[in-house]
Design a protein around this ligand. Structure first.
Ligand SMILES: [Zn+2]
Ligand SMILES: [Zn+2]
Length: 84
């Protein structure tokens, strides 16, 4: 499933889908790791997951399991935790 991502590199304000990120096997440590790069500025490790909510581009602050599945949201859009 694609997630929303935002680039935090200096001078870059790329926002988009995880489908558009550059990816490559990591040359470090364990090659099963994948490195992700920004398609705009080519910075690596500058991409951050942003809120699930449409039109919201705040960084994810909470991961919440809900009846609709796992949500990654900013503090404003944190869903109520499902009881039980
Ligand atoms: Zn960038
Ligand atoms: Zn939000």
């Amino acid at each position: 499933m694609a997630t929303k991502q935002s680039c935090m590199a200096l001078g870059c304000d790329w926002r988009g889908s995880s489908d558009d990120m550059l990816r490559a096997p990591s040359p470090f440590f364990d090659s099963r790791e994948t490195l992700y790069g920004c398609p705009a500025c080519k910075a690596v490790n500058s991409l951050y997951l942003v809120c699930d909510e449409p039109e919201c581009w705040d960084l994810v602050a909470y991961g919440t399991p809900t009846s609709d599945g796992y949500r990654s949201t900013c503090s404003k859009h944190k869903p109520r935790t499902v009881a039980g």
